[in-house]
Design a protein. Structure first.
Length: 639
């Protein structure tokens, strides 16, 4: 995908670009879709699911478009901004207008939960990617334009670069700024409008452009947790503008036979050149292309081992890197195992077999595309096809009824009985003409000893239109037990229907007497279920203190405390702290932290002070009353 300064956003087919054989085929289109926007498009990003993309513009808006299918006919009714030569169809699902000035960066989180946008107005907005345009929070406190954003692949941090002068790290659990780094950017000059930063695939390093040291443009490698910038990538003549890591680690073999995992990253600069690096352990790039464009390099995107680079001169170029030059690229399973070994979690973008979201199919790349999930139909042919699929599905759902003419009469009665049991296995409620009728659940079999009795019972239950066979049972107060026969299972629990029953009884007294007589006989002969009518018993209130029946131990029930501090046995340096009145966003909740105590090494020996490092923290929805832990496991019990 490409965005330009004249407001044109284009979606290209990558297949004919990477394979020269498909480039000459007439049935393989190169341009799939394009949008002619009224304002300049500054940044554009695909969502992890591959079905949506978002681009930010100079009019302070962020537009989100969704793939809805392929165009199957020459003429179709759609958005007037769509070109006639489009092969795929997209619709504008929403427009985000949270900023007041030009939008400079748009980034989807790798797990597909969030969409982050930044602008010249010093604001960072976090949206719920699954419920757009719902805004989760506003990250304020920036002192200049936020030129770049980068999501941590592990899912814990969001990095923002403001004005090529200051780098901030925000946590995704409470959206607070945990650290601010400005040392690598003290000599930096704001020579570009955009600064694209990125993380290494394993989340170990944060790669930041626009860094300068002694007049030399650098890419700083900021290490996770310590946030120290001890390493850098140098070699460009002018300021660096963008950096993008290959989404997977490289498995390389050293001369001594050992194998290590390396990060492959591309660096772009204002000197119109591109360099590709493998680190850590290297001091020179593995590939450099000078004067690739006529203007500054602005952004990158990886497709396998092919690098797509765009420039401010309006062109996009593709560099295909030989796999032998890089080495073995780890697959999703090995990346998931690597992250689990380092952080004890498996990021969703690497754990594909547990994720239900998959990229949309592309018939050009050999993957079948289905328009069944499209939000609307693009042509009459799709409407006809959808009707045929619905009709065929209905025909398959209809089960043909077999003829039972040759079967014995007993088998037919059993089949009717099973059918009736299935129909009455669920209690239903019906309201008609202001009257409420409840169909009770069937509790027992209707099989009778004699064939004639079974026939009578089945006829009574299956004849739904007979009003004389449905009489409410009157229970006299002195009786403690209520006997229900199979003739009396179908009750109509409505006070409004009593008048109708009385009218039916008056119209046909003789038939009513016979019916009541038959009901009493069936009740005496076949009692299926007995229900005891007992008064409800209130449960006693639990005492505050629990006493044992044997011994002299007295245990007090735990009470809620505002804060809890627990020292872990055998690990005196580890402490579990619980704050039951921690407030976030105006809502009071519970905050749990695991701290490690150490002495601050930067202080003088006489004035060394203890420092608490946060190893992990979480938010619990209910107040915590008990905390228990050892050197392996921590347990938190909430109310």
């Amino acid at each position: 995908m490409r965005s330009s300064s004249n407001g044109l956003v284009a979606v290209w087919n990558i297949a004919p670009v990477l394979e020269s054989s498909k480039c000459v085929e007439k049935n393989v289109p190169k341009l799939l879709f394009q949008i002619q926007s009224q304002t300049t498009a500054n940044t554009c990003r695909w969502a992890p699911d591959g079905r949506r993309f978002a681009f930010g513009s100079d009019d302070s808006s962020v537009s989100v478009w969704e793939y809805v299918g392929r165009i199957n006919s020459a003429g179709s009714v759609g958005n007037i901004t769509s070109a006639a030569g489009n092969v795929e169809r997209y619709k504008e699902s929403c427009i985000l207008r949270g900023h007041s000035m030009e939008v400079l960066a748009v980034e989807w989180s790798p797990n597909g939960k969030y969409l982050a946008t930044s602008s010249i107005d010093h604001k960072i907005l976090i949206y719920n990617a699954k419920k757009l345009p719902e805004c989760i929070t506003l990250l304020s406190g920036s002192e200049s334009a936020v030129k770049g954003l980068a999501w941590d692949p592990i899912g814990k941090y969001l990095a923002s670069l403001e004005g090529d002068k200051k780098l901030k790290l925000w946590t995704t659990d409470n959206w607070q700024c945990v650290t601010t780094i400005d040392e690598p950017f003290e000599d930096s000059k704001e020579e570009s409008m955009f600064s694209r930063l990125d993380w290494s695939p394993d989340g170990k390093y944060l790669l930041t452009p626009a860094a300068v040291k002694s007049g030399q443009p650098l890419i700083k490698l900021i290490q996770r947790q310590t946030w120290k910038a001890n390493h850098h990538l140098a070699g460009h003549r002018k300021g660096t503008t963008c950096v993008r890591s290959l989404p997977r680690m490289i498995n390389a073999e050293l001369k001594n036979g050992k194998r290590i995992q390396l990060t492959c990253a591309a660096v772009g600069s204002r000197d119109k050149s591109v360099s590709i690096w493998l680190f850590p352990g290297t001091v020179k790039p593995v590939l450099v292309v000078d004067n690739l464009f006529h203007h500054s390099v602005m952004d990158f995107a990886w497709c396998g081992t092919s690098l797509l680079a765009c420039s401010q001169d309006g062109s996009v170029k593709v560099l295909t890197v030989d796999k032998q030059l890089l080495g073995e690229v780890l697959d999703d399973a090995r990346m998931s195992d690597l992250c689990h070994q380092m952080y004890s979690i498996r990021p969703p973008q690497y754990d594909r077999h547990n994720s239900e979201d998959s990229n949309r199919g592309n018939p050009i790349l050999g993957v079948e595309t289905s328009a069944k999930n499209a939000s609307f139909f693009t042509c009459p042919e799709e409407v006809i096809e959808n009707r045929k699929q619905n009709e065929s599905a209905k025909e398959k759902s209809i089960v043909p009824i077999e003829s039972h003419g040759d079967r014995p009469k007993e088998n037919e009665l059993k089949e009717k009985e099973q059918k009736m049991i299935a129909e009455r296995s669920k209690q239903t409620e019906e309201r008609k003409n202001g009257k409420r009728r409840i169909q009770p659940i069937f509790l027992a079999s209707t099989a009778l000893g004699a064939e004639s009795s079974a026939s009578t019972s089945l006829t009574h239950h299956c004849a739904a239109t007979s009003s004389t066979s449905r009489k409410p049972i009157s229970v006299s107060p002195p009786r403690k037990r209520l006997a229900l026969s199979d003739d009396e299972v179908d009750l109509e629990m409505s006070s409004d229907s009593e008048g109708e029953d009385e009218a039916d009884t008056n119209d046909d007294d003789e038939s009513s007497d016979e019916e009541r007589s038959r009901t009493r006989k069936a009740t005496n002969a076949h009692q299926i279920l007995e229900i005891e009518l007992r008064k409800p018993v209130l449960c006693p209130v639990e005492p505050k203190s629990l006493k044992t029946t044997e011994g002299t131990v007295l245990m007090e029930a735990p009470e809620q405390q505002s804060s809890i501090t627990y020292l872990i046995p055998d690990r005196k340096s580890l402490v579990v702290e619980v704050d039951n009145r921690w407030k976030h966003g105006g809502i009071e909740t519970c905050h749990v932290k695991l701290l490690k105590k150490r002495m601050n090494e930067t202080d003088v020996d006489e004035d060394r002070r203890p420092v608490h490092d946060i190893l992990w923290m979480t938010v619990v929805g209910a107040p915590v009353i008990i905390v228990s832990a050892n050197k392996w496991v921590s347990q938190v019990f909430a109310v």
